[in-house]
Design a protein around this ligand. Sequence first.
Ligand SMILES: [Zn+2]
Ligand SMILES: [Zn+2]
Ligand SMILES: [Zn+2]
Ligand SMILES: [Zn+2]
Length: 244
Amino acid sequence: MAKKRAPLIGTCELCGGQFSKAAMSRHLSKCVSQESVPSSSGRRRKLRDVFHLRVEGRYLTEFWLHVEIAAESEFAALDHFLRAIWLECCGHCSAFRFPEPAAARAAKKGRSLEALFADFDMDAMIRKEQEIMDSPLGSRVKVGDVFDYEYDFGSTTELRLKVLSRRDGIMKRNEVRLLARNLPPEILCQCGQPAEWVCGNCSWELEGWLCKKCGKRHPCGDEMFLPVVNSPRVGVCAYCGPEA
Ligand SMILES: [Zn+2]
Ligand SMILES: [Zn+2]
Ligand SMILES: [Zn+2]
Ligand SMILES: [Zn+2]
């Protein structure tokens, strides 16, 4: 896509301030700690382990989010949130992926592709992916860990997540709180105007990103067009942005 090399800016959802991608983590740790803690009006609310995560497109890193989620919440809650804000087009499958332990990597080393293929068990893999979805974040990741997420195993959108920090906080189980989000990167049509549409046929080429005017002349026809949206799934499958 034709992109301007603009600095990657995002908005803090707590104070409304705008910060660069590089400065946002530090800003948020300050901004979150300055939040007024809701006074426990008689009722004592449970403090939980809360993770601060950064999520970004694995290859389209100009799309990024910061979120908070309790460590005892399930991966499925995070999956649900990511689908709603960034991904959902036709109910595709999704999965979280963790780096393979060194022992498993070593065991595979030197074995032929045929042997690895013969051992591959699709049912076991699906069972494992479901197990991960149903498990609490804290049972699989800790501060500093990096892991991946895939939505749609055909036209895959890959995300990379990092656990930046943890704190004691008041959050509901399976609640996901948006802390910050990138501003829409400026994507340009070849003529220099901001692109409004992306042609599903040509989204991987420069000609695929179209302003209103150039869209009218594009040979593929507008039934192939998808709106340019603020998501790493822009222009993929039938993605039109979050449901209103
Ligand atoms: Zn802030
Ligand atoms: Zn789809
Ligand atoms: Zn086209
Ligand atoms: Zn144009």
